[in-house]
Design a protein around this ligand. Structure first.
Ligand code: ZN
Length: 617
């Protein structure tokens, strides 16, 4: 198997996609065009080596098409970060070649990045299933970006053209309604991109995986298969969504009081089953949480679910009903701190309290990284006396992704020349790659890629051919601020080792005019050392550093600051064995002592506003 840039000894070269403008009409450019004219390039910008922010470019000659543009949610150590996006620089650079985007389905890790992408580029067209396009319409309306593309719904087996690419949408089954796998016909052969899939032979919405359609396309011969790797560590088959019904129904039969149930808002078919169970058991439903309300409204408008108006009641009226006639359907399946379920569990919800006799059903599993938050929510619910039904064995949730036997079926249907496992952490990609070899793919034709890698394919051979700019953008909640990765590191330091602030002012000869003024926040001191004593020692140390400084270290406020920063960092390591965030405010005054109140905030603010792109490789 061929691995991407991180597996190599030397960093991969940054690939020059464009002929030098200076020679755009010269022989080099001609040679470049001839070369790109027969080479297909696959460039993942997100979704490889991770679950999230799936974004992929497929390039041939002068044309680039995209498959999905998603976002990811931050890991717990990304303090204060709300969303994570792929670095979109490469796509911005290639604006003139972008022919459009094909959306596989409406999950946030596949469409959530589109509004951000449209701030950087315009796209001639976005094709996708009706549900995803419905969600996108709302997103683009809200962010005033509707003019920057043309949203177009597609039907199963519909074929559309984007530059030299023809894309056919094949119905597949997944945990959100209206999902597609893609058949991408390129000048050198057929690419199958599975999208997120499982083979659900008894789908609750009756929309079966169009295996015949897929197989017919595969008869043309598949040059490359890009397949979902999420569950490659799980043997067998993923159970059908329908299997959830039995367990859900049992829980409804046994519940004597209220039922509080949480699932992914996007899992329209699951929500549909909850509503059906409520109707069957003569219960009314209150829906809580913005995303749950949005999804329910759009899914109903588009005809993905039907229910009578009188099934729903407002949360204000729920307490007037007997407990055994109530279902509360809520967000919070991932233990998100601000979600309704988390607030109910922590007794912080204004309108609802959880009580003994309530049954809480967690109809979801934690996305990797959320295990702790989910466990905390379950603990809090149990403390308040609720019966909580959760976990894989409870049968109230099934995955939306294919297990190994289904992945094998996909490989056998497609029989690809080249195989590129996608949608998974690195070990999953490797595991899926091995599975492909077991299924008969030549090991030399299996490519384990990472975000930013460029894979070049011809009909004869494939090779990893360098990288493009890639990495992450960190987004603050109001979605207009990009967070510098340095800021996240500072927050981690603050959380781990606290803050030391030190202010000092010196004259042009290096004589101390005022300070050092020191304050400590959250700094852990050696046992038996009072804070006052440490502050005195630190003040003395800072005085000593200035007194012993070389004249060139005192020429400006900046050099004084750098000097203190360097020496005191060592001092903390020596005295505290820790590395608190150190903020030094230094002033060099020639007149009276300046106000040295610790207002280094200007510096902070400058940094917060800076949009930063973290370059990898
Ligand atoms: Zn998905």
């Amino acid at each position: 198997m061929s691995h991407g840039k991180n597996r190599r000894q030397k960093p991969a070269p940054l690939l020059n996609f464009d002929p030098d403008p200076a020679v755009a009409n010269g022989p080099e450019a001609k040679e470049f065009r001839a070369r790109t004219g027969e080479t297909l390039r696959i460039v993942p910008l997100g979704g490889l080596g991770e679950i999230g922010k799936n974004t992929m470019a497929i390039c041939y000659g002068e044309d680039i098409m995209l498959v999905d543009a998603g976002l990811a949610f931050p890991s717990e150590e990304m303090l204060g970060v709300d969303l994570v996006l792929p670095d979109l620089t490469f796509l911005a650079q290639q604006q003139s070649r972008l022919r459009g985007l094909a959306v596989t389905h409406g999950h946030e890790d596949h469409i959530g990045g589109i509004p951000f992408l449209l701030k950087e580029v315009t796209l001639p067209v976005i094709y996708g299933p009706a549900l995803a396009i419905g969600l996108l319409e709302k997103k683009l309306d809200e962010s005033g970006l509707s003019e920057r593309t043309k949203l177009t719904q597609v039907k199963p087996r519909q074929r559309v053209r984007m530059g030299c690419f023809e894309v056919e949408f094949i119905r597949c089954t997944h945990s959100i309604a209206d999902s597609f796998s893609l058949i991408i016909r390129t000048p050198i052969g057929v690419i199958v991109h599975t999208g997120d899939f499982k083979f659900d032979f008894t789908p609750v919405d009756g929309e079966h995986f169009d295996i015949a359609g897929l197989a017919a396309a595969c008869e043309e011969g598949v040059l490359a298969l890009l397949s979902d790797s999420t569950n490659t560590e799980r043997e067998g088959y993923t159970p059908s969504e329908r299997s959830v019904w039995t367990k859900l129904n049992e829980a409804f039969i046994q519940a004597k009081g209220r039922i509080i149930i949480t699932t992914f808002a996007s899992n329209v078919n699951r929500v549909k089953q909850v509503l059906r169970a409520a109707m069957n058991h003569n219960r009314k439903v209150t829906i809580l949480g913005r995303s749950m309300l949005t999804f329910a409204a759009i899914a109903r408008d588009l005809g993905y679910m039907q229910y009578p108006d009188n099934l729903l009641v407002q949360v204000e009226n729920i307490n007037q009903l007997p407990p055994d006639q109530v279902v509360i359907l809520t967000t919070g399946s991932q233990g998100e701190p601000m979600s309704a379920l988390t607030r109910i569990a922590n007794d912080e919800h204004r309108k609802l309290k959880v009580e003994a006799g309530d049954t809480v059903i967690i109809s979801a599993t934690p996305i990797p990284g959320n295990e702790r938050s989910v466990a905390n929510t379950i603990n809090a619910l149990c403390i308040r006396g609720a019966k909580v039904i959760y976990g894989r064995d409870a049968g109230v949730h099934v995955s939306g992704h294919a297990c190994r036997e289904e992945q094998k079926l996909m490989l056998n249907l497609c029989k690809p020349k080249y195989f590129i496992p996608v949608h998974g952490e690195y070990r999953m990609l490797v595991g899926h790659g091995r599975l492909a070899v077991e299924c008969g793919v030549d090991p030399d034709n299996v490519f384990i890629m990472e975000n930013g890698d460029v894979l070049e394919l011809t009909a004869e051979k494939g090779k990893m051919a360098g990288t493009v700019q890639s990495g992450v953008l960190l987004v603050d909640y109001n979605r207009d601020f990009m967070i510098d990765e340095e800021i996240v590191e500072e927050r981690q330091k603050l959380a781990g080792d606290g803050l030391v602030a030190l202010a000092v002012s010196v004259d042009k000869n290096g004589k101390l005019l005022s300070g050092p003024d020191v304050s400590l926040r959250g700094v852990i001191l050696p046992r038996g050392l009072p804070a006052e004593e440490f502050v005195i020692r630190l003040t003395d140390e800072a005085k000593k550093i200035i007194a012993q400084a070389e004249p060139h270290d005192l020429v400006s406020a900046e050099t004084v600051k750098d000097l203190l920063f360097e020496k005191l960092t060592d001092y903390f390591q020596d005295q505290l064995r820790s590395n608190p965030l150190l903020q030094v405010v230094a002033m060099r005054a020639s007149l009276a002592p300046a106000d040295n109140g610790a207002n280094g905030g200007g510096n902070e603010r400058e940094r917060s506003d800076r949009k930063s792109v973290h370059k990898k490789g």
